[in-house]
Write a protein that binds this ligand. Structure first.
Ligand SMILES: NC(=O)c1ccc[n+]([C@@H]2O[C@H](COP(=O)([O-])OP(=O)(O)OC[C@H]3O[C@@H](n4cnc5c(N)ncnc54)[C@H](O)[C@@H]3O)[C@@H](O)[C@H]2O)c1
Length: 254
């Protein structure tokens, strides 16, 4: 498939899911700019994409810093002539401890979660949108989480940030539809990759299986990438303003 041939897409945040996004976009013909605070990991993925004949470059990106996000967008437009899409995907996971609720979570961890997972998505949107507008339109995809809409006794800051991202997406979709810009959230369920395989114990993996309707396997980065590639392509051109669960049926939206 070459649905994305000639398009340039910024992936903001590599890691497990982001690396899958970059690989899929490149395999479908896009020029990919993969940004991450951890440059070495992004560079490794870019080397793998190049070895497969794809077009990609890595950039150091702190998505919580507007100047850094603008520099990544400037690199994409100068190297490839413009920007057609962005998937904002990075996250801080300081708020993951099962012992932490609203009373226990240190305010420093709350602030970091807001700074990266919410403010970061906001300032990266501010960096990306002018380039999409200059191109006459494009597709903006955000990675959300079921935490945004499920009540949970844990991950309070993470959930607040993801709920905010969904509100941001709805704003972008409604304000810029007239300019040919579409915005959507993908809400992954438990999506396994090397870091989580290493970090999660058997109990936690069992818990993840228990959340979804599909029990035969957990999610994979490829599942998220397949949905995002659709949203980046002409085939997704009538989809905007949506939160799309790719979660094995954890959340059933009406
Ligand atoms: N994996 C899951 O089960 C799951 C489920 C629901 C939602 N999500 C969401 O999916 C996204 C990706 O998660 P993942 O599981 O691939 O995590 P991951 O840790 O593998 O990847 C996150 C990446 O973000 C990068 N990053 C962190 N702070 C950054 C910053 N300020 N600027 C740029 N890059 C930064 C990290 O270096 C890392 O490479 C996140 O938004 C997460 O909330 C994941």
């Amino acid at each position: 498939m070459e649905r994305l041939k000639g398009r340039t897409i910024l992936v903001a945040g590599g890691g497990g899911i982001g690396s899958g996004l970059a690989r899929r976009f490149a395999a479908e013909g896009a020029n990919v700019v993969l940004g991450d605070v951890a440059l070495a990991g992004a560079e490794e993925v870019v080397r793998e994409i190049a070895a497969e004949g794809g077009s990609a470059l890595a950039v150091q990106l702190d998505g919580s810093d507007e100047a850094s996000a603008k520099a990544a967008v400037a690199l994409a437009t100068s190297r490839f002539g413009g920007l057609d899409g962005a998937h904002i995907n990075f996250a801080s996971f300081v708020d993951q401890s099962p012992d932490m609720g609203v009373l226990e979570l240190p305010m420093a961890d709350f602030d970091e979660t807001m700074s990266v997972n919410l403010r970061g998505y906001y300032v990266t949107s501010r960096a990306v949108l002018p380039a999409l507008l200059a191109r006459g339109g494009g597709s903006l995809v955000y990675t959300s989480s079921p935490a945004a809409c499920k009540g949970e006794p844990v991950r309070v800051a993470y959930a607040i940030a993801k709920a905010g991202v969904e509100a941001l997406m709805r704003h972008v979709a409604s304000r810029y539809a007239v300019n040919g810009i579409r915005a959507n959230c993908i809400s992954p369920g438990s999506t396994m990759h090397a870091r989580l395989e290493a970090e999660l114990g058997d109990d936690m993996k069992e818990f993840c299986y228990g959340l979804a309707l599909i029990k035969s396997r957990l999610g994979r980065p490829e599942d998220i990438a397949a949905m995002s590639a659709l949203l980046m392509s002409e085939e997704g051109s009538y989809i905007t303003g949506q939160v799309i669960g790719v979660d094995g049926g954890v959340v059933m939206r009406s």
